[in-house]
Write a protein that binds this ligand. Structure first.
Ligand code: SF4
Length: 277
């Protein structure tokens, strides 16, 4: 009889309730839901503090009427895998993702004026605000990248539909967090320079005490010199997203936008595996 270590990938978020299981792959966006009690019991054991997301199983379990198809489905979507225990007698180490955010979901759902609430703000470290979904670039991973790291994004399917953050929501967030808040703000698009309320946004950002990170693709710089100048009015780090192959002409042209002074600049080089390209 063979034995295997079964595990979920660390990028898979597991939400287990008494009558349902949701698995969400943060890379592909694939969601799987189960309600079969045998599967729920198996996953409960798998994610228990004692097992930390890895359990040993016998190969006979792969023929189980419920667990066999479950494990095959997990492997099919690259959300988990089996390792022959002969390759690793020691249980493999897997880091579990454990959100520590507190929030009052019931309150949010039923409150006449929904608010993220004070308890939440006490543990909030960073806030990522997507101000628009308009961008004329054509990055392969647009719409996916933000699931793995802070990045501009917009869903390709939604490209035809222009969406923008209502500036009054920004006011609401600022009011709720308070002007003394130490929360770090990350402003992302689309192309944030195409945000129609850009000037108003800068005025709002002047209220913030903590540094603001502003994300922009280097190909979106040229032609926006005036708006880049306005960024100097606030405490901003501009994170320039650089994708490859580099468009040398526009790279040089884009960097010329900073000749008259620049916000603090950081470069974010985005490399993709050949398989994704
Ligand atoms: S620059 Fe950003 S928003 Fe624009 S296509 Fe690329 S990933 Fe998407």
């Amino acid at each position: 009889m063979k034995t295997y270590w079964f595990y979920f990938e660390p990028t898979v978020f597991v939400s287990l309730k008494s009558n349902g299981l949701l698995l969400y792959d943060t890379i592909t966006g694939k969601m799987l839901e189960y309600s079969e009690p045998r599967i729920l019991r198996f996953v409960k054991k798998l994610v228990s503090p004692a097992n930390r997301g890895v359990v040993a199983i016998h190969d006979a379990l792969l023929n189980d009427h419920f667990l066999g198809p479950f494990i095959r489905e997990i492997r099919e979507y690259f959300m988990g895998d089996l390792i022959d225990t002969s390759y690793s007698k020691q249980k493999p180490v897997r880091f579990m993702v454990e959100p520590v955010v507190e929030y009052d979901s019931k309150g949010l759902r039923y409150a006449p004026y929904p608010s993220i609430g004070e308890e939440f703000t006490g543990t909030l470290h960073s806030i990522y605000v997507y101000i628009n979904n308009t961008c004329s670039q054509n990055c392969t991973i647009c719409g996916y990248a933000y699931r793995q790291f802070p990045c501009c994004t917009m869903s390709r399917k939604k490209r035809e539909k222009r969406q923008e953050l209502d500036i009054s929501l920004m006011d609401k967030m600022l009011d709720e967090l308070g002007s003394d808040s130490m929360v770090r703000w990350h402003i992302q698009g689309g192309n944030p320079f195409e945000y129609s309320m850009f000037g108003e946004l800068i005025e709002r950002m002047k209220r913030l005490k903590t540094p603001i990170v502003f994300y922009c693709h280097y190909l979106n710089l040229w032609g926006n010199e005036k708006k880049i100048d306005r960024l100097n009015e606030v405490k901003v780090t501009l994170k320039l997203i650089v994708t490859f192959p580099l468009d040398k002409k526009n790279w040089v042209r884009g960097l010329r936008c900073f000749e008259r002074g620049e916000p603090s600049l950081k470069f974010f080089f985005r490399f993709l595996a050949k398989a994704i390209l």
